[in-house]
Write a protein that binds this ligand. Structure first.
Ligand code: HPA
Length: 286
């Protein structure tokens, strides 16, 4: 497009079209965003098609180590799926709308369900590093929102409802997958802060009083955008560390990466059951 800035709607659909052109006929109804250290899940897809983000128009590129920055399409137990290995964050300098852009593109591919995953600190005192948590709801304490700015009604409403941002039926299906695969799942509220500094112990005490069970720096922008576009969301946090002030250790990205690496087998087992189940059940079950 020359001479004129494309609107968000046009950009989303141009990128979705570029993906379709390379999808080898796959038409996924379920997509997943793989968080820090959790990208390996997509390696096990069959009929894999890999597209580096850098080859997609308008797509923001990841810069944090451990975020590969590629789109992987393929099949899990025969069901077509699309995965993002790595995401960008607002703390890298992207606008919240840019952070949510890839989720919008996945939704524009025709998904009925978007699965979001992340590494998070455990705020709930009963959580241990290595636990998995079904996200039941979120606290947007980032101070930003990806819908800030003019609304395009073709994408969604100006004031989208967030009452069922994580539909109960999908949470129940996740718990059933946990039971089938023997992966123990906690449940709780995910709070996002802007980062990139980790929280202070006082901030963690505040978050606990506010009802948070886990804390991170991602996911919420994508969840808001998917809800805006009428796509259902299921979320899983991998609790990689005790939040600040709970243990006596300083927090490091290395600990986050190590724990994510340690539990990726369990994580893969859960998702290998959940994704095809949700793909087969379709949008009707929620
Ligand atoms: N805080 C914020 N983000 C995180 C954490 C944390 O403790 N662990 C993994 N991501």
């Amino acid at each position: 497009m020359m001479g004129r800035t494309m609107g968000l709607y046009e950009q989303v659909h141009e990128t979705a079209q570029a993906i379709r052109a390379r999808a080898g006929g796959l038409s996924p109804k379920v997509g997943i965003i793989l968080g820090s250290g959790l990208g390996d899940f997509a390696e096990s897809f069959s009929d894999k098609v890999v597209v580096p983000y850098a080859e997609l128009p308008h797509f923001p590129h990841a810069s944090v180590p451990g975020h590969a920055g590629r789109l992987v399409m393929g099949r899990v137990r025969g069901e077509p799926v699309v995965a993002m290995q790595g995401r960008v964050h607002a703390y890298e300098g992207y606008t919240p709308a840019q952070v949510a852009f890839p989720a919008r593109v996945l939704c524009a591919l025709g998904l009925h369900t978007l699965v979001v995953t992340n590494a998070a600190g455990g705020v709930n005192l009963a959580f241990k590093p290595g636990d998995m948590m079904v996200i039941t709801d979120h606290l947007n304490l980032s101070g930003y929102n990806p819908l800030n700015g003019p609304n395009d009604d073709r994408l969604g409403p100006r004031f989208p409802d967030m009452t069922t941002a994580y539909p109960a039926a999908l949470q129940a299906q996740l718990l059933e997958s946990g039971t089938r695969t023997g992966v123990v799942l906690k449940q709780g509220v995910y709070a996002i802060l802007a980062g990139p500094s980790y929280e202070t112990p006082a901030e963690i005490r505040m978050l606990r009083m506010l009802g948070a069970d886990a804390v991170g720096m991602s996911t919420v922008p994508e969840v808001i955008a998917a809800n805006h576009m009428g796509v259902r969301v299921a979320g899983v946090s991998c609790i990689t560390n005790l939040a600040a002030g709970i243990g006596n250790k300083p927090l490091t990205h290395e600990e986050v990466a190590e724990t994510a690496n340690r539990v990726k087998g369990l994580f893969t087992r859960l998702l290998e059951d959940f994704l095809p189940t949700v793909a087969r059940a379709g949008a009707s079950k929620a």
